[in-house]
Ligand binder design. Structure first.
Ligand code: FAD
Ligand code: 2HG
Ligand code: ZN
Length: 471
């Protein structure tokens, strides 16, 4: 084990001067998340440009006993990509690894490096006449490596699945610097344990993902989008069942939003306006898509909404009549995260319960919260088709931050307790990172934690891969 300055010299040999950030004044964007909820310090940031360079960097840090924090676009919401405050950890940024290595239209696959921005991947798929369906609000800056490491979800999961479902192969640099080439574009491969699934969702604690073979889908040539007002989450669950029965796989988006969520957007996000003159308690954004340019989506939507009005599930609806209107409706949904930031400190609960339990979850959690913490604002919205609600909490209007922050743990505990009562998960898509580590210890079954620790020990016996995250 040498000194930090010896390590820096050796790293410079690998990535060159331009691949290192040593000046703390230039490290800022790597050391805190976009909400500024997590802050750390680092010995340095290293930016390798190839898998071989990543492998050399990892080996050097391993031999020096220095911990690594992998980082992609740094859009994660659980502090997983932020180093601790020791100033001893090294941030390994994948943002220079941006090559699309191969497109294989006949195999319906694309092979990309970890630092490719999700939006660029979507564009590369479109150029090949295909669709890469993962879609989320941070797609302009999050990376494929981060999407894989968090098993990202987003707004198209109900039709295409999450990142795990979209992945066929991985290339990973292991914690000792060896390269595992698992870049196989196979839809069938039953030769033992499926190792890629260990790394997907591991949040950088088992190795560095450097590339992936991902699935492509037929391009979409028609879509129809509607904004629907509803009386309750129960109506949303009934409506999604109705739309699924009617449209099958053409139902590609179904996002639930409470009035509180929409109000925050209308208040803080420039250009967003209320689609209705009247105020309603809940809304859903419905999207139908088809590979045919002239698919009768508008007719299907009209039929579905017609019967929903008759059944009392829908109170009002607008159907977008132009691409600009489609974008305007999605801008309201995608603006919630940003809008909530403007309302002061917030607590994010990225929970899931069975879809059928969403109404009872909301009722129980709302009631108990308002009894125990009167005045807190509940910002509930999310991917109702996946049973995934962002059941976020903002401080009471006009109150100070400090008392709200002092209640944070109790509020989180209350919400997670209700989640577990419905056999739910405390993290549906954002992961554990550092934010939910304690909660995971508390709420996950001891046997599951024991198995996770065994896997961590087997792959990363020195514990230098993103320590302090997940476990
Ligand atoms: P980072 O934030 O850099 O890292 C996330 C985790 O992955 C960290 O633990 C990091 O160590 C690890 N990591 C990163 N790259 C690698 C790698 N190459 N190898 C190993 N480990 C790595 N998430 C959703 O799932 N669904 C959503 O709908 C969604 N919407 C969002 C909307 C907004 C406005 C924002 C800000 C975030 C949203 N997110 C969402 C969260 C976030 O965008 C995703 O978690 C995304 O996948 C993170 O990608 P990233 O490249 O920014 O990763
Ligand atoms: C979304 O669905 C994201 O908009 C972000 O997962 C959720 O900010 C959040 O809590
Ligand atoms: Zn989400």
């Amino acid at each position: 084990m040498g000194t930090m300055s010896e390590l820096v010299q050796a790293l410079e040999q690998v990535v060159g001067k331009a691949g290192l950030v040593l000046d703390p004044a230039l490290m800022g964007s790597y050391l805190s998340d976009w909400r500024n909820a997590y802050r750390g310090r680092a010995a340095l940031v290293v930016r390798p440009g190839s898998t071989e360079e990543v492998a050399s960097v990892v080996r050097l840090c391993h031999d020096a006993g220095v911990a690594l924090v992998p980082q992609g676009g740094n859009t994660g919401l659980c502090g997983g990509s932020i180093p601790d405050d020791s100033g001893q950890q090294v941030v390994l940024s994948l943002t220079r690894m941006t090559r699309i290595r191969n497109v294989d239209p006949a195999n319906e696959t694309i092979t990309v490096e970890a630092g490719v921005i999700l939006q660029h991947l979507q564009e590369a798929a479109a150029e090949a006449g295909r669709l890469f369906p993962l879609s989320l609000g941070a797609e302009g800056s999050c990376t494929v490596g981060g999407n894989l490491a968090t098993n990202a979800g987003g707004t198209a999961v109900l039709r295409y699945g999450n990142m795990r479902d979209l992945t066929l192969g991985l290339e990973v640099v292991l914690p000792d610097g060896r390269i595992w080439n698992g870049l196989r574009g196979l839809r069938k491969d039953n030769t033992g344990y499926d190792l890629k699934h260990l790394f997907i969702g591991s949040e950088g604690t088992l190795g560095i993902i450097t590339a992936a073979v991902l699935k492509l889908y037929p391009a979409i040539h028609s879509r129809t989008t509607a904004w629907v007002a509803l009386p309750s989450p129960q109506a949303a669950v009934e409506l999604i069942g109705r739309m699924r029965a009617l449209c099958g796989d053409r139902l590609t988006g179904f996002e639930l939003m409470s009035r509180q969520s929409v109000e925050f957007v209308l208040r803080h996000v420039a250009g967003c306006t209320d689609p209705f003159a009247e105020v309603h308690p809940w809304y859903v954004l419905i999207q139908l898509s088809d590979t045919l340019p002239d698919a009768p989506l508008a007719q299907m939507l009209e039929n579905g909404l017609g019967s929903a009005f008759e059944a009392g599930e829908a109170l009002d609806a607008v159907v977008a009549s132009s691409e600009a209107q489609v974008d305007a409706l999605w801008a309201i949904r995608e603006g919630i995260s940003e809008a909530q930031n403007h309302e002061g400190p917030s607590l994010k609960h990225d929970i899931s319960v069975p879809v059928s339990c969403i109404p009872a979850f909301v009722e129980a959690a709302d009631l108990r919260l308002q009894q125990a913490f009167p005045g807190v604002r509940i910002v509930a919205y999310g991917h109702v088709g996946d049973g995934n609600l962002h059941y976020n909490i903002s401080k009471p209007t006009g109150s100070d931050d400090a008392p709200f922050k002092a209640q944070a743990e109790a509020i989180m505990g209350l919400i997670y307790d209700v989640t577990l009562e419905f056999d739910g998960s405390i993290s549906a898509e954002h992961g554990i990172g550092q934010a939910k580590r304690e909660a995971a210890h508390h709420y996950k079954a001891p046997l599951e934690l024991e198995l996770m620790r065994s896997l961590k020990q087997a792959l990363d016996p020195t514990g230098l891969m993103n320590p302090g995250k997940v476990l």
